[in-house]
Design a protein around this ligand. Sequence first.
Ligand code: NAP
Ligand code: MG
Length: 399
Amino acid sequence: MAKILMKTPIVEMDGDEMTRIVWKLIKDILILPYVDLKSDYYDLGLVNRDKTNDEITVQAANATKKYGVAVKCATITPNAQRMTEYNLKEMWKSPNGTIRAILDGTVFRAPVLVDGIAPYIPTWEKPIVIARHAYGDIYKAVDGVAGKGKAELVFTDEKGEKTTLPVFDFKDNGVVLAMHNTDKSIASFARSCFNYALEVKLPLWFSTKDTISKKYDGRFKAIFEKIYNEEYKDKFEKAGIEYLYTLIDDAVARIIRSRGGIVWACKNYDGDVMSDMIATAFGSLAMMTSVLVSPDGIYEFEAAHGTVTRHYYKYLKGEETSTNPVATIFAWTGALKKRGDLDDLPDLVDFADRLEKATLRTIEEGEMTGDLVGLFKKDGITPQKLSTEDFLKAIAKRL
Ligand code: NAP
Ligand code: MG
């Protein structure tokens, strides 16, 4: 069989630990034999980030801006323990944070549904996609401890004019926090969500707590509403999908009662928490995909999980691992499909579709990694636990 040709390279960001091992296996077993892969490769493994003073992460993000489609392996975000483990020059920032800051996007997280792995909520028939605003709020906040005294928030405008907001009169010890967001970031979050909902043809729900946070969350609500009415209302009506704004607590209740098939736009913190809940409720963190979509239509695909450290230490000791590669495979297929769409390469899109189908069928026919075995229930099939590599080979057989 002739290999499928590509036109434009995909930006490929390699990563760390077990996912780095899985990354190479996926390429060797499932992609390179079939696709004449054009990739612009960046090694974002922690060793190379340290060696390049993290310049490599910035280069990868800029290449993504240039080419429009990237696929990323999970990477270590260093902490104190990693400083000693890798003998780092500096506690480098989260690569995802750096990339998001450069691309200014929204992160969409969607579970991969498989027949045989039932969600904990039996009525969820279709995926629930979390759209997480990836800028600001408590992730860019300043906080501190206060003693007896007065906490105030001071805003100094361009001309030096000061406005002071009283925060609290402390009679005793306590804590304070100040956070921010920008109209520009909220607007691009809104546009990314509206575009994504139109692309996948699913209704969009957006929730905040504007009854309590009248100015802060109120601003999010107002910006979404304005952009919807001015730019998207007609398109939504034509596509037959709705836009619903509701309070976060009401959204939670509605989501639980829903049948799924919704894009749920969440503020940064809500999205952080809710995406873990949704992933777990659908079965496994290893089955959750993640894509960063920038307002100007740049896509970066990855798995939602981390580098699966515990499995890596087993691997280093020469023990057999059973690490689930599904989310990473779907990151690759997402990127290949997007590239195929943009470059008008139906064969590439078709290949990505087949790879997804072969992956799902392998699990549906009872062959899977250890994390799924306990969740799998299907009449007449006893689930079989395969090693990481054997599972990939079982997919290749069906592909
Ligand atoms: P993690 O790598 O997602 O792993 C947490 C646990 O979830 C694993 O120990 C494993 O459970 C299970 N798990 C996750 N993915 C799995 C898979 N594909 N197959 C089977 N089991 C899977 O999270 P973490 O341990 O909190 O973080 C490890 C490193 O990843 C950290 O250095 C962190 O900075 C980094 N991280 C990176 C990203 C990213 O690049 N997007 C995201 C999150 C974390 P068992 O051990 O019980 O089998
Ligand atoms: Mg989280």
